[in-house]
Design a protein around this ligand. Sequence first.
Ligand code: F6P
Length: 499
Amino acid sequence: MGSLVDSFALHNLNKKIVMGDNGYVFEDVPHLSDYIPSLPTYPNPLKKNPSYSVVNQYFVDEDDTVAQNIVVRKNSPRGIHFRRAGPSQDVYFKADDVNACIVTCGGLCPGLNTVIREIVCGLYSMYGVARVMGIDGGYRGFYSKNTIPLTPNVVNDIHKRGGTILGSSRGGHVTKKIVDSIQDRGINQVYIIGGDGTLKGASLIFEEITRRGLNVVVVGIPKTIDNDIPVIDKSFGFDSAVEEAQRAISAAHVEATSFENGIGVVKLMGRDSGFIAMYASLASRDVDCCLIPESCFYLEGRGGLFEYIEQRLKENGHMVIVVAEGVGQDDEQVDVGLWISTRIKEHFSKEKKMMINLKYIDPTYMIRAIASNASDNMYCTHLAQSAVHGAMAGYTGFTVGPVNNTHAYIPFDRITEKQNKVDITDMMWAQLLSSTNQPSFLSTARSADNIEANKDEEPPIQLSDEETNQLSFLTTRVDINEANKNKEPPTELSDGETN
Ligand code: F6P
């Protein structure tokens, strides 16, 4: 057992930054040896594994790092780098000494079971580890429930099922009780699968473990269908959720095309970001308008949504609108799908006296309660194995994920410090606009007259983040508040609708 770590040393542990030439910055992750001196090491058993032993490149080099930014110019600084994930030459655990546990926390996500399966099987088949236990029902399971034994046999088929075989919960994070339980049970590898809140909890567990000087590694595996985790290329479950979301869009399209002036409105999950809505819209090609929290829109007047709907119905006779759940949300939660459907119906029946057939589809939890698809299964396998390699190599207090297509070990705070948003100055948003033909709303919201006057010369708009947020805030939220003021929506929701 190592010495107790004071808070100053702990801070340094969390921030292992190495500077190199030409602006190279290496943000390394903590290691057991940072606070427990003279730990023994052992040759990696994969060196004797016929699948791995023959090719040296299967192992990562101590000095391998992964660049965060790969779009560079001749004189750009080399920028931030993370430790490359993968099997190391030496490990810090003997197979018989490992006592690992896995916990899943927060909302469901396709691929949870695959990650669980591959941690268990990876530990077993690559490192000969047989003692792995599941924590029942999220963080609180550490101190309130019995553990679940996990063997390759137990987890053999679980990747074909949605949900998590371990159960999940929100909250329940009491650092002291959790670390007491880890210590009492003799656990020395802790795998925590969850979203940003869960990973903040994982970071506290790591800090308490180092404070107590325990020979225990803590590994976080980021999870959310919303894909709003920074640094990593994408989060697991996102692809599967997008695929399922497309089914709702297809249904909306079928309904819309089967009735005169048919409009299909689909609301998709994404509390704070529009990734699911944008990707599902781009992938399906049936969508005429996609509304996300990151981009403004407005209903009335020239260049507004109503005008666009009318134009689209005249041209095509039908249309599909996708709206991300986070659009226009403030403190009070309004079902934006219902709200927008009601406003469209009112506009066309009362103001335009135009008959429309609007169908509202809200697949809610259906897009995340499914089993993972092939690409997520592959991804989860790689993630779990990267996590296992890192833990066996003695790294701790880290998360794992692909950075520019190469798996890396990333410090907790990098993952939890902010949420990723759709960047509407990125080319993908332009692709979305051109695939749907919807107005960007930005130019009109900003200065319709100016654009009219300079139609041919208007330069492309360069928006700052702040400006984009402001526009989004003003144009979406004001309308929803207006609707509430007039006592129209919020509509009474049935349980099915609120779920
Ligand atoms: O997983 C993230 C998410 O899908 C959000 O988009 C959504 O708002 C939220 O989960 C809802 O989950 P819960 O009802 O479990 O809080």
